[in-house]
Design a protein around this ligand. Structure first.
Ligand SMILES: Nc1nc2c(ncn2[C@@H]2O[C@H](COP(=O)(O)OP(=O)(O)OP(=O)(O)O)[C@@H](O)[C@H]2O)c(=O)[nH]1
Ligand SMILES: [Mg+2]
Length: 273
């Protein structure tokens, strides 16, 4: 296996063996020869009110997409809903982790799980599972990735981007975090902290061993790695809508961790080539 997985991937309808390496996505290529194959990573913690309609809508937009849910044993039963949907749709995988281990490690475990597939998708999307990211934007993001970009960020702050439903303080904090993050990375990026992205398989293979973020700082770390290693990056405007159902998972401790990451890594970033 390419990368060791710490947790077991529950797999449905893809292979008989139970080994993630045996999961074969080749039918995706058959469905959409002209398009590159697509995997979508959905990190979840207590998203029972959102996950079903989100997965259904993603499948209506891209029925060939492999969906990999990374659930941290949500006490609200999110995983049960995913298991039910996996009986209905092809190519839904569930990686269950024992407890809430943070968004950053959820995404990196998702990357490892996707890379460990026999035929990993060529494009990998990450998106929040709280419906803040609209599945209808997926084709637009993918169209940019198809033009040769290794990281395409769904951007709230590019011209044409929009945020709906955030109070003014949240907007100010997010804007400030983005200005600092952009300075850290060393290039003008409008939205470094958006979680709605497309990555190329090549990018993920290249950086996976260098990602160490536990929580929300993963978004900046991945941008930094793209910039440092010369991967092509672009932004596509998106409409972001505050969650209507469920609660935010961004705890005070995680926000403090995010701030200390910014402070600790600021100067070294600026000195990178
Ligand atoms: N597996 C896993 N998923 C998480 C964890 N923390 C957050 N998530 C998921 O990551 C996504 C983003 O989390 P949110 O709580 O929406 O955080 P946010 O978007 O910064 O905050 P809000 O704007 O208030 O929604 C959601 O799909 C969460 O369910 C975690 O520790 N583990
Ligand atoms: Mg959210």
């Amino acid at each position: 296996m390419l990368h060791q997985l710490a947790f077991k991937v529950e797999k449905f309808t893809l292979s008989e063996s139970g080994n993630p390496k045996d999961m074969n996505c080749s039918s995706a290529n058959t469905v959409a020869r002209s398009k590159r194959s697509l995997g979508i990573i959905l990190p979840t913690y207590c998203e029972v009110d959102n996950i079903e309609s989100l997965i259904r809508e993603i499948k209506s937009v891209r029925s060939d997409a492999l969906i990999m849910v990374i659930d941290d044993s949500s006490p609200d039963g999110t995983a049960k809903v995913v298991e039910k949907l996996a009986g209905e749709y092809n190519k839904i995988l569930l990686l269950k982790r024992p407890s809430k281990l943070g968004l950053g490690t959820a995404i990196t475990d998702g990357f490892r799980a996707v890379l460990s597939l026999k035929d990993p998708p060529e494009h990998i999307i990450t998106m929040d599972a709280d419906y803040s990211h609209d599945p209808k934007s997926i084709p637009n993001l993918i169209a940019t990735a198809e033009r040769g970009y290794d990281l395409v960020i769904g951007s709230r702050y590019s011209q044409g981007g929009k945020i709906v439903g955030w109070h003014i303080l949240r907007q100010i904090i997010s804007r400030a975090a983005n200005l600092i993050a952009s300075a850290m990375v060393g290039m003008r990026i409008h939205d470094c902290t958006s979680g709605f992205r497309v990555y190329s398989k090549e990018y993920i293979e290249n950086v996976i061993g260098c990602l160490h973020s536990q929580t929300y700082e993963i978004q900046i770390e991945t941008v930094k790695q793209a910039w440092m290693r010369g991967f092509a990056l672009d932004e596509v405007p998106i409409k972001f809508e505050n969650r209507k159902k469920g609660k935010s998972k961004l705890t005070r401790a995680e926000f403090q961790g995010f701030l200390s990451y910014i402070v600790k890594t600021n100067l070294p970033f600026r000195n990178q080539p």
